[in-house]
Design a protein around this ligand. Structure first.
Ligand code: COI
Length: 359
């Protein structure tokens, strides 16, 4: 079944002012956005509009009580001009999982996928094809009731916008293991991709940055003795024996890049251990010369090496330049995303072009 999506196209594209050789992450947005509204128990008024400001009431419940969730995903364009999305159905699944936790409505897969396809088809000229670049796509949902009082909203908007990007991090990371502040605790919303998780991380991240680090490496909320994730990505620790990553709990985000890395590692025959990783054993691996590499993974961060971690004022340097497993993984991802090798895991969804314009 094809959905009815109204399209209002821009009159003059802004693409001529876009410098694809000098992209700053998150600063430039494509010409259009997708919107639909949840009212009377159903999603309606599906539409594409010129990208621009939206009008909101000061009483909008998302602004006060925080029902605001999002996803991050990417589309790629290869040298031949073919465009494909990386694992969009995984983002759709995770959006709905987050929505459930935040007491928000489920979004049908068809709306998610058709909105995405139409938007990216209209704005495909914005997708950069140089090495490491892509179209970052931001689907998000927020509560729109005009009501002062704590209760789940009855109305919501779902929107998607996109921006051409390069790497989120342009250098290796220095991370500080956090013991004072907590990102998420048992039974909380750490596994949900909700706006509040990022807000709660900002103050401790600012303190870490003022002390010369790039990111916080969060620890569990109960004991602060097991590493969990950074504010923007999952984390991997490579030793001479195995690849370790914190096992998924309700306090960390189930990254789609994380999941994909695990599949690639499995295909490579690498021993993988998903478990609680204590700070004590991390330092022990480092001290015994067992720790060979650490990296973070995420849609925006892709795979970025950690060159140093710090714990209780002591800095531990980590190899981030030679014989890296992360380089091998990055190359494999690039080949898959740029459609250079067979997509044996069915990760890439091709862009459907020439959609019908309804108005
Ligand atoms: C992503 O990786 O897509 C995120 O949402 C994190 C943010 C650093 C952009």
């Amino acid at each position: 079944m094809s959905l009815e999506i109204t399209i209002k196209q821009i009159e003059h594209s802004r693409i001529f002012s876009f410098d694809s050789k000098n992209i700053i992450f998150g600063k430039v947005f494509t010409d259009h956005m997708f919107i639909c509204d949840f009212q009377n128990g159903e999603w309606q008024n599906l539409r594409i509009e010129p990208f621009g400001k939206i009008s909101l009431s000061p009483t909008l419940s998302a602004l006060h009580y925080g029902q605001a969730i999002f996803e991050g995903m990417k589309a790629f364009k290869n040298e031949e001009g073919e465009v494909a999305f990386f694992r969009p159905l995984e983002n759709h699944k995770r959006l709905n999982k987050t929505a459930e936790r935040m007491c928000m409505p489920q979004l049908p897969e068809e709306i998610f996928m058709e909105g995405l396809q139409l938007l990216v088809d209209l704005d495909k000229d914005w997708i950069p094809s140089s090495a490491g670049s892509s179209l970052y796509i931001r689907p998000f949902m927020f509560a729109t009731d005009d009501f002062l009082g704590v209760k789940q909203s009855e109305t919501y908007s779902f929107m998607v916008y996109a921006c051409p990007v390069n790497s989120y991090y342009s250098h290796n990371l220095k991370v500080r293991i956090e013991e004072t502040y907590t990102r998420a605790s048992k039974g909380g919303v750490g596994a949900a991709k909700c706006a509040g998780n990022y807000a709660a991380a900002m103050y401790p991240t600012m303190l870490a940055q003022q002390a010369g680090f790039d990111q916080v490496l969060w620890t569990d909320g109960e004991t602060h003795s097991f590493i969990e994730e950074t504010g923007t990505s999952n984390v991997f620790v490579i030793t001479k024996d195995a690849v370790y990553t914190p096992e998924l709990t309700d306090s960390l985000l189930a990254g789609i890049t994380r999941k994909s890395i695990l599949t690639l590692l499995e295909d490579m025959g690498k021993p993988i251990i998903q478990k609680h990783i204590s700070i004590t054993e991390l330092i022990d691996w480092h001290t015994r010369g067992q720790l060979t590499e650490m990296f973070v993974s995420g849609t925006a961060a892709v795979i970025t090496n950690i060159e140093l971690f710090s714990y209780r004022g002591i800095n531990y340097a980590v190899n981030a330049s030679e014989n890296l497993l992360s380089t091998e993984l990055k190359n494999m991802f690039n080949d898959i995303k740029m459609l250079r090798i067979p997509d044996k895991n069915n990760w890439m969804t091709h862009l459907k072009t020439s959609q019908t314009v309804n108005s």
